[in-house]
Structure formats: structure tokens, C-alpha cells
Design a protein around this ligand. Structure first.
Ligand SMILES: Nc1ncnc2c1ncn2[C@@H]1O[C@H](COP(=O)(O)OP(=O)(O)OP(=O)(O)O)[C@@H](O)[C@H]1O
Length: 323
């Protein structure tokens, strides 16, 4: 559905050149739900805008839904939906009229445009709001209307740029429920961007991590976490000498990696925490180490980002927000 090679975009800002996307390769098969995850300014939106043919690449090539973004942008646009960060709905028309107008814009006949508009209103639970103007909708309802507008011509591929940013947790869950239902019912291939680690982890079957315009990791959330971050065992020792001996025992443990001590707390990365903990506790007991608490933890996608970049995605986000 998407095949991109060496996709690159530079911007000239005064005398400086910003390399927004650097040599991106990407293949997305039909039916996948792919999340682009990365901090502010990583190049996620720029990539989406190139793949949707809204922005020409500086170099590189891509075919999207079988059409070349450079030589056949019209062919690309007819086969995709794009929901940008800013709402595409105007404020002058009622929701249903917006949808019908959008359908007509895609070359549908009147009767077909009306039928599709009604179908989308039902699918995104907007029917009770059909006669309202977009300006009167809540953030979550408006996002659902944007998604309906992106889907009115039934594209096989839908791009969503931060579909849930700025929404409260309830509305985010609601938008997700609709996205997942659309996918199940229409089989739409979905490529979306998000800042929310938990969303990418829970909802996407494939996460493409982007940083400084490059893909730095690509895989299922489970795979990324086990390959790049690993599970963790954490024990809190009774006193400093116990902590030192616990750290020594951790270093000797088979498969252990990255032992750190913080006061009385010793942390160690292992491939499978559940399997490793009983043996670790036995070795501590044999060494006469007194343990106050012991716990296992699974890594998050933030641990993956940290392992890859040395930065936390959450910290990069707040730094970006403050900038
Ligand atoms: N039109 C433009 N002119 C100049 N620089 C731009 C332009 N569009 C994007 N950039 C720069 O390119 C880089 C990537 O921006 P982009 O919007 O793709 O990032 P992003 O990952 O989508 O970030 P966010 O999560 O904040 O939306 C940033 O440094 C940004 O400032």
C-alpha cells in the first residue's frame, strides 16, 4: 500500500537548512495499522504530507495505493483520506452538508454523496449531530467529523495526523473506539502519528519510531520492547552492604544486562523478568542478602526510546512544548 525509498525533505529557514526527513524507507502492507511515534519536530507530519502528495519531497520516491506521489498526485489523492492536525471542516455548513460537499468534491454523484454521508454519520455516531454546525461540536465530536470527512469516498488508506492530541482521556478513548471499528468494518489501512506512548503501545500493531527525521526503530510494540529495552527486576535491599552484594549477584546472573544501583535499590535488565526473578531471589538468599521488596516490570515504549536515543520521549516532549 505504501512503498517509500530515501524520502527526504529539507526546508530553508532564512539561511539555515532544516532536514525534516532524512532518507526514509517505509513499506506498509494493506490492512496494517501503523503508528508514527516521535517527539515534536521529529518529522512525522512532514512524512505524512509527502506521502499524501501535499508536499513534494526534496529527494526520494514513493508509491502510495499504487500511484507515484511525484508523477501522479491526483491518483494518490483519489485513493487516500487525510485528516490533518487542524480540522478540515468549515463552520458555515451543517455536518451532513459538509460530508455531502466533500463527497461531491471527490466526484461522487449527488445520490451517492448523500448515501455515503449518511453511512459515515452512522458509523461515527454523528447522526444526532447531523444538522448542527461543526463549530458547535465538542473536540472529540469534531475529530470524529474530520475522520468521517476523510473517509467519505471510501479510501483504502487513511492518514491521521495526531487524531487524539488535545482531547481529554474520555474523548481519546472514544475516537480510538471509532478508528478501530472503522478498520474492522472497512478494512482500511491506517497510518497515524501520535505523541501518546500508551496509545501507540496499546492500539498499533506496528510502531515506527522517528527521531531527527530518521526511522530509528520499526516493529510491533512487543518486539521493540523485548529487543530494545527488556524486562526489569528491581530489588530494594535492607542496607547498603546488602545492596552492594545484590548488585554483584545481579551482574553474575545469566542473561542480565545493565545493572544499576540507586541507594538501596538495585535494577537489572533481563530478557524475561517473570522467569528470572525466582532464581535471582534464591541467589540473594544464598549470599545472605536481606531484601525488603522485589518487583518485576515490563518496559514501555519510552524505555525503547531511551535505549535508542539516551533521551526520554516524555522529556523530549516537554522540552519541545517549552521551546
Ligand atoms: N514549512 C516548514 N518550513 C520550515 N520548517 C519546517 C516546515 N515544516 C516543518 N518544518 C520543520 O521540520 C521539522 C519536522 O517538523 P514536523 O512537523 O514534520 O515534525 P513532527 O514530528 O510532525 O512534530 P509535531 O509532533 O510537533 O507535529 C521541524 O524542525 C519543523 O520545524
Amino acid at each position: 500500500m505504501i512503498h517509500a525509498r530515501g524520502l527526504t525533505r529539507r526546508f530553508k529557514v532564512r539561511k539555515e537548512t532544516v532536514e525534516a526527513v532524512r532518507g526514509l524507507d517505509l513499506d506498509v502492507e494493506a490492512g496494517q495499522l501503523v503508528a508514527f511515534l516521535g517527539p515534536n519536530g521529529a518529522g512525522k507530519s512532514t512524512t505524512l504530507r509527502m506521502l499524501t502528495s501535499l508536499l513534494p519531497p526534496t529527494s526520494g520516491t514513493a508509491t502510495v495505493a499504487g500511484h507515484d506521489i511525484a508523477t501522479d498526485p491526483t491518483g494518490v489523492r483519489a485513493r487516500i483520506g487525510y485528516v490533518g492536525q487542524r480540522s478540515g471542516a468549515g463552520d458555515d455548513h451543517r455536518c451532513r452538508d459538509e460530508l455531502v460537499t466533500q463527497g461531491l468534491g471527490y466526484g461522487l454523484r449527488w445520490s451517492e454523496a448523500r448515501r455515503r454521508a449518511d453511512e459515515m454519520l452512522d458509523m461515527l455516531a454523528l447522526r444526532p449531530l447531523a444538522r448542527r454546525g461543526p463549530a458547535t461540536l465538542s473536540g472529540g465530536q469534531r475529530r470524529r467529523l474530520d475522520i468521517a470527512l476523510g473517509l467519505v469516498h471510501r479510501p483504502p488508506l487513511l492518514f491521521l495526523d495526531e487524531p487524539t492530541t488535545g482531547l481529554d482521556p474520555h474523548s481519546r478513548a472514544d475516537v480510538w473506539e471509532h478508528i478501530l471499528r472503522l478498520r474492522a468494518e472497512l478494512g482500511t489501512t491506517l497510518l497515524l502519528t501520535t505523541h501518546y506512548l500508551e496509545e501507540a503501545d496499546n492500539m498499533a500493531e506496528r510502531v515506527v519510531v522517528i527521531d531527527h527525521g530518521r526511522v530509528i526503530a520499526d516493529g510491533t510494540p512487543e518486539r521493540l520492547k523485548s529487543d530494545l529495552a527488556g524486562d526489569r527486576l528491581t530489588v530494594t535491599a535492607h542496607d547498603a552492604s546488602d545492596a552492594a552484594r545484590a548488585a554483584e549477584a545481579a551482574v553474575r546472573m545469566a542473561g542480565a544486562d545493565g545493572v544499576t544501583t540507586d541507594g538501596l535499590t538495585v535494577r537489572v535488565r533481563v530478557p524475561n523478568a517473570g522467569a528470572a526473578m525466582p532464581g535471582f531471589l534464591r541467589s540473594l538468599d544464598e549470599a545472605g542478602v536481606k531484601v525488603a521488596t522485589a518487583e518485576t516490570s515490563r518496559p514501555t515504549l519510552d524505555d525503547v526510546f531511551l535505549a535508542l536515543t539516551g533521551r526520554s520521549l516524555r522529556e523530549s516532549e516537554s522540552a519541545g512544548a517549552a521551546a
